[in-house]
Ligand binder design. Sequence first.
Ligand code: PEP
Length: 263
Amino acid sequence: LVSRENHAERSVVRVGGVPIGPGTMTLIAGPCAVETPEQTLGAAQMAQAAGATLLRGGAFKPRTSPYAFQGLGEAGLRILADVRAETGMPIVTEVVDAGDVELVASYADMLQIGTRNAQNFALLQAAGESGKPVMLKRGMNGTVEEWLMAAEYVAQRGNLDIVLCERGIRTFETATRNTLDISAVPVAQRLSHLPVIVDPSHSGGSRDLVLPLTRAGIAVGADGVIIDVHPHPETALCDGPQALVDGDLRELAKLVRDLPPLV
Ligand code: PEP
């Protein structure tokens, strides 16, 4: 279903009216985690000023440590919905458990499935039945084939509104959190008709890598980027060191504004 074999044209997925796919370079940005109404609105306004048309933000956070901030849950979803009402930005937010899909889908414009759940087949199937577009991150240890088969689980349930997200894979290299596999972008676009975006924030894990990796993603033809921003990253409850602040955002805005016309 997601293969290009029976679907020669590349697809455009619409999220609350915002297109992701060929001919666009969609900027999705917002806080890694929803913490407070002020922090989420502040991040959304920064993102919007930089040209972002979709708001990201996690209310359910899949953290490596059970002692780390796990997200606000439904209270976080309510904050996202309020910020959408204020800014007009449709929401992309993660769901980590099949049992929460209905709840998250009742607030979200797009469901995000994270790298740690890339082969959680029950979750993929539930997302496929949610009626909402799905952003499917590549498993940090997953091959492109496994990623596309995960997308197939969503598609099999009647949902072809899927966006693939390359977010870095585990390699021997420890200088970056993960290695952004930029070659996976054209490979996935050759094998699948689905849009492919990159996440330079979670792959590099560091603010100074976000712009260079964004440029790399654009250069290889990514259909969009998803980026963490935070009004006060020094106090962030999750992934502060990778969040962009105002100065970086001005550069990001320029980068997106000056893009040549995409075909
Ligand atoms: C995220 O985008 O909030 C996230 C946790 O990403 P990943 O699943 O890629 O680690």
